[in-house]
Design a protein around this ligand. Structure first.
Ligand code: NAD
Length: 481
């Protein structure tokens, strides 16, 4: 079993992977366990010379990798998945320690990442024949871009980071992966585990302070940035990438609505909407962040929903029976607490779940919080909370609720809950977002393209469309007559 703990301190100390080898840096950053406030490990703080070496190695690696047969690339991805699975226990412990999510959720994230890598290995992007007759044969090919920078956030560090790495590698690119400085450990550990499955320079990890992201987006020898994070940072990434005309995929924030139609079965729907709102302590881009319930069902829905909030167990994710962990970092904790305070100060009806005071004295814990019928223009409805707080809103007509839902600057996802799939489809068609689920939420498999409209981003990940984002189109025209 692979373990990067320092023998004396017990702290996790994974290394970077640069130019085919493990690399440590002169400086280190401390990583905090959000459930205890205590240091859990250190992460190398890369310096500019090491960073430039990584980009040079990636350029050389990209040339080797694009000439490598597809079957060999597929095989490398399958072996990566095997290595991750073989180390599931130690990686799970590390992810819970740095991210805060309960052990079962951490295990699920890593296992699902391995599965996704294996499924991506089977995807195909064959050339398309656009015309084939006595005068012309026109083929459209997809070719690798070169060097891809993958920039990941802290809420699902493994899934969202390696979700980029797998399709970028399959399509023949070299990849440099940068985790968030809040959650670098497990990402780097996986890098150490898998890098020798690929030629030198083809997959590398970089990590450190706030300078590293801009180094990636500015560097002229990087061809594409695939970024997941907030809309504010996304806009900086796009501005910076424009200097060298890099391609960008931006997976950004959201303020997804769940619309509960008047024919929904409350008993069935409440638990599903509840977990769509609170999974990962609400730190999910596609969490249900505004819940619109038809007024004929509202009271029954609220009673059942608030009862669930009162029974959820929030605490340190290593303990048995804990369903939700802390907010991942102090910055985000302060933002969520400010939002809770704003709701209370403005006199809104706030229902809070239980919280063990001894846990909250140590970590960044927020109780599950339900805000009843706040005004549409209130902050809790308009901003993305990214924490375990959600507004329950009433509506009376479909036109009215769709107008309210689409008034958002975001357009990431959304859901419709109904006993009539036909009605669900009609409502889904009217929601301005990149994905809408009917009687489900957050489910994305390997064939599902995922990406936002409006300020939720541009481009997609996942599916064949997501694979194509790591390629350039190239047309070959043969004149026959
Ligand atoms: P963030 O934007 O603060 O950071 C994301 C990543 O970008 C981190 O690795 C960070 O170090 C890096 N970064 C920061 N400044 C940078 C810069 N100037 N140039 C390049 N990189 C830079 O986001 P976060 O707080 O880590 O994540 C939360 C946000 O991410 C939420 O808004 C959430 O909705 C969004 N998100 C979106 C998706 C999606 O798929 N659409 C998924 C998860 C999270």
């Amino acid at each position: 079993m692979y373990d990067q703990r320092d023998a004396t301190t017990g702290l996790f100390r994974p290394a970077l992977v640069i130019d085919g080898a493990r690399a440590t840096a002169a400086a280190e950053l401390s990583v905090i366990n959000p459930a205890t406030g205590a240091p859990v490990g250190t992460c190398p703080d890369i310096d500019r010379a090491m960073f430039d070496l990584a980009v040079r190695a990636a350029r050389a690696g990209a040339d080797v990798w694009k000439a490598t047969p597809m079957e060999r690339r597929r095989e490398a991805l399958r072996l990566m998945a095997d290595r991750i699975e073989a180390n599931l226990d130690s990686l799970t412990a590390m992810l819970t320690a740095e991210q805060g999510k309960p052990l079962a959720a951490a295990r699920g994230e890593i296992a699902n990442t391995a599965l996704t890598i294996r499924e991506v290995a089977d995807l195909d992007l064959p050339p398309e024949v656009l015309q084939d007759d006595e005068t012309l044969r026109i083929e459209r090919h997809r070719v690798p871009l070169g060097v891809v920078a993958a920039i990941a956030p802290w809420n699902f560090p493994i899934k969202l980071g390696y979700w980029k790495v797998a399709p970028a590698l399959l399509t023949g690119n070299a990849v440099i992966l940068k985790p968030s400085p809040f959650t670098p450990l497990t990402t780097l550990a996986i890098g150490e585990l898998i890098h020798d499955l690929l030629p030198r320079g083809v997959f590398q990890t970089v990590a450190g302070g706030d300078a590293v992201g801009p180094w990636l987006t500015e560097h002229p020898d990087i061809d594409k940035v695939s970024f997941t994070g907030s809309s504010a940072t996304g806009s900086r990434v796009m501005a910076s990438a424009s200097g060298s005309l890099k391609r960008v995929t931006l997976e950004l924030g959201g303020n997804d609505a769940a619309i509960v139609l008047d024919d929904a079965d409350v008993e069935t729907v409440v638990p599903k909407v509840f977990w769509a709102a609170f999974r990962n302590s609400g730190q999910v881009c596609i969490a249900s962040k505004r819940i619109y319930v038809h007024d004929s069902l509202f009271d029954a829905f609220r009673d059942r929903f608030v009862a669930m909030a009162k029974s959820v167990r929030v605490g340190n994710g290593v303990e048995d029976g804990i369903e939700l962990g802390p907010i991942q970092n102090k910055l985000q904790f302060d933002k969520v607490m400010a939002l809770v305070a704003d709701c209370k100060r403005t006199g809104l009806a706030v229902h809070e779940g239980p919280l063990d005071p001894s846990a909250s004295a140590r970590g960044y814990f927020v109780p599950v919080t339900v805000v009843e019928t706040p005004p549409e223009e209130s902050r809790i409805v308009q901003v993305e909370p990214f924490g375990p707080i959600v507004p329950l809103l009433k509506y009376s007509s479909l036109d009215e609720v769709i107008g309210r839902v689409n008034a958002s600057d975001y357009g990431l996802g959304g859901s419709v809950w109904t006993s009539d799939p036909g009605r669900g489809a009609e409502v889904a068609a009217r929601i301005d977002s990149g994905i809408v689920w009917i009687n489900d939420a957050q489910a994305i498999n390997t064939v599902t393209p995922f990406g936002g409209m409006k300020k939720s981003g541009m481009g997609v990940e996942s599916g064949i469309e997501g694979l194509a984002e790591y390629t350039a189109g190239k047309t070959i025209v043969l004149r026959r007559g």
